[in-house]
Design a protein around this ligand. Structure first.
Ligand SMILES: C[S@@+](CC[C@H](N)C(=O)[O-])C[C@H]1O[C@@H](n2cnc3c(N)ncnc32)[C@H](O)[C@@H]1O
Length: 229
């Protein structure tokens, strides 16, 4: 093995502890990844674009962190829309709260809870999660709850990391080494939230990037009849 294999962060407590320690520097860590060539902003934008948002929509951002998706969502939903940011780590939500205050947004609600324990309000128009859902051990419950809460035909978009199926998987130790500050470990390789999306949603599609290490997936809540669509 070229790189030392770090400890695995498998429990919510371990993950929350990592993010509590990183929260103040999180945006700068993301900036660092962008500087070394990781086109985070591009995939974040693709996930938000896949939601096909309309003015007045309510969007749930699962594992919202410091709220880096909020500036991409706000112009599309307008002040009459609503963002609900859900996150496990209070320190990350404190950063998000600062962003919300600095921008003067009054339509953002922040909820501190594990994603699997979150009760979605019924009839939401969109659910997004960027680089977070794989960290939730019961990601399947999150997708199932989201599919139930979404209005028929409305979308769940996910941008996240995974283990590639091709030869690039041999580069996984390097990828884990680089993303370890964000609680990424090989233990996450067995978690496949895109399969939950395929199971609980319809019109599922998925595009892979970076040799299959990264993907953007989208699916729709079932229930739209041919006449209604
Ligand atoms: C890599 S950050 C991503 C933050 C944000 N989505 C972004 O794209 O910048 C992962 C976030 O997921 C949160 N998280 C991890 N496990 C979670 C869980 N089980 N439930 C809810 N949030 C979780 C962490 O606290 C952290 O804020």
């Amino acid at each position: 093995m070229m790189f030392p294999m770090p400890d695995d962060f498998t429990t919510r407590e371990e993950v929350a502890d990592v993010y509590a320690r990183r929260a103040r520097r999180y945006d700068r860590i993301v900036e660092f990844y962008r500087l070394i060539g990781f086109r985070d902003e591009t995939y974040r934008r693709r996930a938000v674009a896949a939601l096909a948002l309309q003015r007045g929509d309510t969007v749930v951002d699962i594992g919202c962190g410091t709220g880096l998706n909020f500036p991409l969502i706000q112009p599309q939903i307008g002040p009459e829309g609503r963002i609900i940011g859900v996150d496990l780590t209070q320190a990350m939500l404190d950063e998000a709260r600062e962003r919300v205050a600095a921008e003067g947004w009054t339509n953002v609600e922040l909820v501190c809870t594990p994603a699997a324990a979150y009760t979605f309000p019924p009839g939401v128009e969109a659910v997004v999660s960027t680089c977070a859902l794989t960290l939730e051990p019961d990601y399947d419950a999150v997708v199932a709850h989201a599919a139930d809460a979404l209005k028929p035909g409305r979308r769940f978009a996910l941008y996240d990391l995974k283990l590639p199926s091709g030869w690039t998987r041999h580069l996984a130790p390097l990828m884990v080494f680089l993303t370890r500050p964000l609680a990424v470990s090989m233990a996450l390789a067995t978690r496949h939230p895109w399969e939950s999306m395929r199971r609980h949603l319809v019109n599922f599609s998925m595009t892979e990037y970076y040799g299959g290490f990264l993907y953007v997936a989208v699916g729709e809540a079932p229930g739209v009849t041919a006449e209604a669509s």
